[in-house]
Design a protein around this ligand. Structure first.
Ligand code: FAD
Length: 392
């Protein structure tokens, strides 16, 4: 594994940072206050190519290899002050587009990927339900055979991008017999299908510029052409793409951690108390040293997953560790930044408290960290470490 970025990756990183700093998140504080999705910024990202970074050029993407993709996403997270916009992009890519790319038929890829890359269609992943969060196999949404196709009934909740999304990758129950893992099927559902009802969730703590919603399927007719993978293979469609979601989704948080570190260093040098910069107090300087250690370890875990995927290898163990470590490190770093900034970190003006609110979702989404630790222990050979098979 290389420990240095290539010249092309360094150039891309610079371009992405410059684009994100100049063009994105100009209204981040106001958009956060009003829970507003930044449509204009979304379009700018589409134009810059962000929404198609990992997708092959033949489907309208940029064909970046997995390692280069994480470098670019990290740069986006560093340059863009609006973590909610970045999270919306990551859901679009790793909750929706990647599933179509990895499991779609030729026809599905041709139909959905070009507009997803162009940003004219917004993607989302609709898995969670009111009574099935971690317990994915317990989901209640049904897809019953109806002529040549299916009819979907059920309610999905906490869906990032839900209120603005056009394309949902979802799981529904197509059978009640045999192994629980074989009872689910994956579907591509579009918001213009009859019986799809989108509602906004109430206000959330952070990532407020990513709209979150409930999606109801009220007898939605779905053609067999919209089955993603085989019937009854929905759980394996989901699990075989999960390492991308569990790690790449968090690449931008590594960038956000670096931004927080730099902001904290500046403040430690410029704020004086007791006649000296606060960085001269060990409590403050050690806080900053810990931020750097977390940043570098998070980056190494992330790049390792990017490298394994570039080599076409499995990375489930590494992706699970990356998810846990990056999400928890981001929370700790944001807490540290609030502490270093004192009352200024607590006020909304400087945006530091927003970083903490945004970070607190990370240990929950893409599977809670408690469940991830159980999965990790199972992967390490600890039998029964995860109570409830099929948890995510
Ligand atoms: C910001 C954000 C964005 C989200 N975006 C999406 C999205 O786009 N699409 C989507 O489908 N969902 C989304 N979710 C929902 C998310 O996937 C779920 O919140 C998550 O899977 C956990 O489900 P739950 O909230 O129902 O918690 P529960 O499953 O009810 O868990 C509650 C608590 O019990 C613990 N627990 C449960 N089971 C076990 C177990 N077997 N072992 C140990 N501990 C356990 C959990 O760790 C947690 O602490 C999002 C959530 C957040 C916060």
């Amino acid at each position: 594994m290389d420990f240095e970025l290539t010249a092309d990756q360094r150039r891309l990183r610079k371009e992405v940072i410059s684009f994100a700093q100049k063009e994105l998140g100009r209204e981040a504080a106001a958009d956060d206050r009003d829970s507003r999705f930044p449509q204009e910024d979304w379009r700018r990202c589409a134009k810059f190519g962000v929404l198609g970074w990992p997708v092959p050029e033949e489907y309208g993407g940029r064909s970046l290899d997995p390692l280069t993709t994480v470098v670019a996403l990290e740069a986006l997270g560093y340059g863009c002050q609006d973590n909610g916009l970045v999270f919306a992009i990551n859901n679009h890519l790793w909750g929706c587009a990647i599933h179509v790319l990895l499991h779609g038929t030729g026809e599905q890829k041709k139909r959905y990927l070009p507009p997803l890359c162009a940003g004219t269609l917004i993607g989302a992943q609709a898995l969670s339900e009111p009574e099935a969060g971690s317990d994915l196999l317990g989901l209640a949404t049904t897809a019953r055979r109806d002529g040549d196709g299916y009819r979907l009934h059920g309610t999905k909740c906490f869906i990032s991008n839900g209120p603005v999304a056009d394309v949902f990758v979802t799981l529904a129950r197509t059978g009640d017999e045999g192994r629980a893992q074989n009872q689910l099927s994956a579907f591509i559902v579009t918001s213009d299908m009859p019986g799809v009802v989108k509602k906004r969730e109430p206000l959330k703590m952070g990532l407020r510029t990513t709209p979150m919603g409930v999606v109801e399927f009220d007898g939605t007719p779905v053609s067999a052409d919209n089955l993603l993978g085989r019937e009854s293979a929905g759980y394996s469609v989901f699990t075989s793409s999960i390492e991308w979601e569990r790690s790449f989704m968090f690449a931008s948080q590594v960038g956000a951690m670096e931004r927080l570190l730099e902001t904290s260093v500046r403040h430690a040098n410029s704020r004086h108390q007791f006649g000296r910069p606060i960085g001269a107090f060990q409590a403050v300087s050690h806080q900053i040293a810990d931020m750097k250690i977390r940043l570098e370890l998070a980056r190494m875990l992330l790049y390792r997953v990017g490298w394994l995927k570039r080599e076409g290898r499995l990375a489930l163990l590494e992706a699970t560790m990356a998810k846990i470590f990056i999400s928890e490190s981001t929370v700790q770093t944001a807490m540290g930044a609030v502490e270093v900034h004192g009352a200024r970190g607590y006020l909304t003006d400087d945006g530091i408290e927003r970083e903490l609110r945004d970070a607190l979702g990370g240990p929950i989404y893409a599977g809670t960290n408690a469940v991830q630790r159980g999965i990790l222990a199972e992967l390490l050979g600890v039998h029964g470490a995860l109570s409830g098979g099929g948890a995510r």
